[in-house]
Design a protein around this ligand. Structure first.
Ligand code: HEM
Length: 131
């Protein structure tokens, strides 16, 4: 079954209020995919400090970053983004193979719940003991 929308002459940005689960899955997957690409640049910038002649530069960079609460909180966010993208991505690959087509909303919610559980379980590792 296909659907079409009458978008009018100007895009109505209020349409997100009517989004179905599948539309949110699409939005979250795009968002998380592009956040991961953005993170790659930061990641390479930080890791490149390992090429400095003085080996303490890398150690000091990493420990300086890890001392900042905001960095450790951002790491929890990065884990959330990565875990959702991976779980939802695996779900999409099954959908591409024609598997689970009638349970797409349920499997999307399952991706969200599993992501939430894994992220909550990670908090002591990332933030714990240093607050
Ligand atoms: C196990 C790991 C991963 C899985 C299973 C996965 C799966 C997928 C799938 C199935 C799609 C296509 C979704 C569609 O049909 O529209 C996709 C899109 C995408 N993925 Fe991943 N992915 C993974 C890791 C990553 C990583 C590490 C990055 C970034 C470094 C990434 C960035 C993206 C981007 C940018 C898109 C396109 C988003 C868009 O504009 O639609 N993915 N991923």
């Amino acid at each position: 079954m296909s659907q079409s929308y009458d978008r009018g002459t100007i895009e109505d940005f209020g349409r997100w209020r009517d989004f179905s689960a599948g539309m949110w899955a699409w939005v979250f997957h795009k968002f998380t995919g592009w956040v991961l690409i953005g993170y790659l640049f930061t990641h390479i910038a930080v890791l490149s400090t390992a090429t400095a002649a003085d080996p303490t530069v890398y150690t000091n960079t990493i420990s300086g970053l890890e001392d900042l609460l905001i960095v450790r909180l951002l790491e929890v966010g990065l884990l959330a983004v990565a875990v959702f993208h991976i779980l939802n991505g695996i779900r999409l690959l099954f959908v591409d193979l024609g598997m689970g087509l009638t349970a797409q909303d349920k499997t999307f919610y399952l991706s969200l719940v599993l992501t939430g559980a894994i992220v909550v379980a990670s908090v002591p590792t990332f933030v714990g003991g240093k607050l």
